[in-house]
Design a protein around this ligand. Structure first.
Ligand code: SF4
Length: 70
């Protein structure tokens, strides 16, 4: 359902931007709804409110398994 609430969660115990190429989180670019932000390379990504398509691309693209659907 597209109600604008955050539908995903990130586990910061797993997330490690240092392990991503040039510190760029893959999830930020792959989300078709542009619901992820990263202030700069090597910063932790975070989700924002918006219309999540529930496509799970973020979940599938994180190599460390840090993202899950709520
Ligand atoms: S499930 Fe899809 S639309 Fe929703 S935050 Fe993840 S990548 Fe974006």
């Amino acid at each position: 359902m597209l109600d604008g609430k955050i539908k995903v969660a990130i586990d910061y115990k797993r997330c490690n931007p240092n392990s991503c190429e040039k510190g760029i989180c893959l999830v930020v670019a792959i989300c078709p709804a542009k619901l992820w932000r990263q202030l700069g390379p090597y910063d932790y990504p975070y989700p924002v409110q918006g219309f999540c398509k529930e496509c799970k691309k973020c979940v599938e693209s994180c190599p460390l398994g840090a993202i899950r659907m709520l």
